[in-house]
Design a protein around this ligand. Sequence first.
Ligand SMILES: Cc1cc2nc3c(=O)[nH]c(=O)nc-3n(C[C@H](O)[C@H](O)[C@H](O)COP(=O)(O)OP(=O)(O)OC[C@H]3O[C@@H](n4cnc5c(N)ncnc54)[C@H](O)[C@@H]3O)c2cc1C
Length: 456
Amino acid sequence: MGGAAHASGGGHGHDQHNGHGNGGHGHGGHGHGPAIVRHRDPGNRVVIVGGGVVGSACAYYLRQAGKEVTIVERAQFGRGASHANCGYVSPSHVLPLNKPGAIQKTLKSMFDRTSAFYLKPRIDFSLFGWMMRFASKCNKKDMIEAGHALNPILQSSAELYKELLASELQETEHEAKGMLFVFKTEKMLAEYDAVDALLREHFGVGARRIGGDELHRMEPALQPGLAGAYFYDIDSHLRPDRLMGAWRRTLESHGVTILENRPVKQIRKENGSARAIVTDQGEIEGDTFIFAMGAWTPKLSTELGCAIPVQPGKGYSITMARPEPCPAYPMILEEYHVAVTPFASGYRLGSTMEFAGYNDKLNRGRLDMLRRGAKEYLVAPTAEPVQEEWFGWRPMCADSVPIIGRTPGLDNTYLATGHSMLGVTLAPATGKLVSELVLGEKPHIDPEPYRVTRFG
Ligand SMILES: Cc1cc2nc3c(=O)[nH]c(=O)nc-3n(C[C@H](O)[C@H](O)[C@H](O)COP(=O)(O)OP(=O)(O)OC[C@H]3O[C@@H](n4cnc5c(N)ncnc54)[C@H](O)[C@@H]3O)c2cc1C
């Protein structure tokens, strides 16, 4: 990676648990009480808030451009939504969640706790505002428009992953096998024919339709007698916690500093610019600030001075030993909305979407739904031992398009958030775009659809 040498000398710059440590980065933090972390190269200092897959990709491309980069993480690097999601890198996922009929489905789900999509009935004005925006986009015209916004960043990310996985990100268990959308019923398979036609017509994204018999031959881990599947050969998958491990090794080897256990509470501002972020352990100064806090980003919307219509969309996963037989392909079991990901080192069932605010309870009922759904399709749906039961908050943006760009009120502050169900897939192109915007370079994709100001 090129560019200026990192002033702190790189190495393991992260500050695990020490309230006063400065992570080997610059000055400050030697004495008692709050410290100011100062960087040695004023003008070149980028502070990224949030150590998820999106913050990591931003850090990588900015460091590659020669910036002195520090990631500031509330808890532990890579333990947010980026930790145990389904690991799909899926450029085929062009269509947004905002679809005709989605809002009726949502309202129905408010009264059905067993629905994969669940909205907990409660008084929450931010959720209400989000739902209004979401609902206003649930029509065919806006759905196609959102698809056109998503397609370039999906395609660019897929290309960038090829480079990153070949050169930098090692031991991610990445496999480029494609992905199956599996249907139990002829009715649902026939309904998907129209979606396939639409994806071909508008976006040039086609899949191969596979009948039930061929499907069973192709993937004997599936039960016989299913209706069929659509197969997307452009998709691939990896193990997300391994990806985050690879990001950490890569970033630290290039001299990015990672500071953990530092929730950012405020922004110190002067004359329309951010000067520092404020944590319990003092301030961290910078010249450019990127907020990549995933589902938590709206918590700083007042500080940032802009609307951030993002809600936590809670999803679950269970990771276990590989069953016998283990699926060869990652797959979405369409009627039950369960995602299945086989890894070299395990096997994961994931999904469900719960709008319940920042609720951090692990709901066993949701985990059981994953098991029950898998049982309808797979010869061996589960296995022992269970390695991890997990939930994560997806940063669900009301229009299903990520929010990437400069904030309107602070000239050196950027958002990279709202990646909804596609953060792993979209991270590389997000990072590259953020770097281009910060550097004032010609962006490799049109940044207009992602602009922060589109919400007024
Ligand atoms: C069950 C499930 C399955 C999924 N499957 C897929 C998939 O197959 N493919 C795909 O592309 N996407 C998938 N997703 C979506 C994907 O996981 C997210 O879009 C992505 O991880 C978001 O990345 P992020 O970096 O924006 O957020 P996160 O990974 O959540 O990172 C944000 C970080 O910011 C930190 N933070 C928050 N507040 C502060 C603060 N005040 N100060 C400092 N730090 C702070 C958090 O601690 C966190 O580490 C799935 C999600 C779930 C839940």
